[in-house]
Design a binder for this molecule. Structure first.
Ligand SMILES: *[C@@H]1O[C@H](CO)[C@@H](O)[C@H](O)[C@H]1NC(C)=O
Ligand SMILES: *[C@@H]1O[C@H](CO)[C@@H](O)[C@H](O)[C@H]1NC(C)=O
Length: 229
């Protein structure tokens, strides 16, 4: 009897240790994705948009998400269905989330649904490194560290509806953060290619920028519009 109990304890400990080893390396890097907030980039495309119930967002880049990825370009998702998004765990971040991570989906919402989606689909896949509060605060802090609007503005690239060469946009961001970013474009209803989302890579600890091991597919035209707000 005693022996049995002891062996169970050892077995449990062993499984526990194994789980730690296994979960510490379950993805390779993060994509930190920011998007332009103007309706021209999100709303004036074929998809429609709605301002959040908390009000019209600022004329600034906003966060789309922080996405664990594999080096081959694939990514884990919905890693822990049991880990429910819990608003009480991020209650001290709500104001910052509403400002920097607003939802533009229809119908209008206060953001909770968007954040819950990002947590369930992506956040649960880096849970061994970032708990729910850390996941959201990491993204918010990154947004503060990378002031994309200012970085672009410093190179004369402003959201004024003008066309800029894709290279000049990439060069400006590389000059500002030291790493290559990937620019995702979409098209407005007139068919203009425009700056939509910016992907920046982070190491798997979520603390340092890094060169992206792989870039997503998709293309921008040579000259892209930076739509005004
Ligand atoms: C917010 O609360 C969490 C605990 O839920 C804590 O770990 C974190 O440090 C707090 N963040 C701030 C910015 O106060
Ligand atoms: C992140 O960068 C800091 C400062 O450059 C460095 O001390 C630290 O070791 C890096 N962390 C990782 C996980 O590479």
């Amino acid at each position: 009897m005693m022996e049995l109990k002891l062996s169970m304890v050892v077995k449990l400990l062993w499984i526990h240790c194994l789980a730690i080893v296994c979960t510490s390396q379950d993805f390779d890097f993060f994509y930190f994705v920011q998007q332009t907030q103007w309706p021209g980039a999100y709303c004036d495309s074929k998809q429609s948009c709605c301002y959040p119930s908390t009000g019209k967002p600022a004329s600034d880049f906003s966060i789309h998400g922080l996405w664990p990825n594999y080096k081959d370009g694939s990514y884990p998702s919905n890693c822990d269905p049991g880990s429910n998004f819990d608003p009480s765990k991020i209650s001290n971040l709500t104001q910052r989330l509403q400002r920097d991570w607003p939802t533009l989906a229809c119908p209008s919402g206060d953001g909770l649904q968007f954040w819950a989606h990002e947590w369930s689909k992506h956040g649960t896949c880096s849970e061994s490194i970032l708990n729910q509060n850390e996941y959201f605060s990491t993204a918010l802090n990154l947004k503060e560290r990378v002031n994309l609007l200012q970085i672009l503005g410093d190179s004369g690239i402003q959201p004024n509806g003008d066309l800029y060469s894709l290279e000049s946009v990439k060069d400006a961001i590389k000059g500002g953060i030291g790493y290559d970013a990937w620019i995702q474009c979409n098209t407005d209803t007139s068919g203009n290619s425009q700056l939509y989302q910016v992907y920046i890579c982070l190491d798997a600890s979520g603390s340092n920028f890094t060169d992206c091991p792989i870039f997503p597919h998709g293309k921008c035209r040579h000259n892209i519009e930076f739509p005004s707000f």
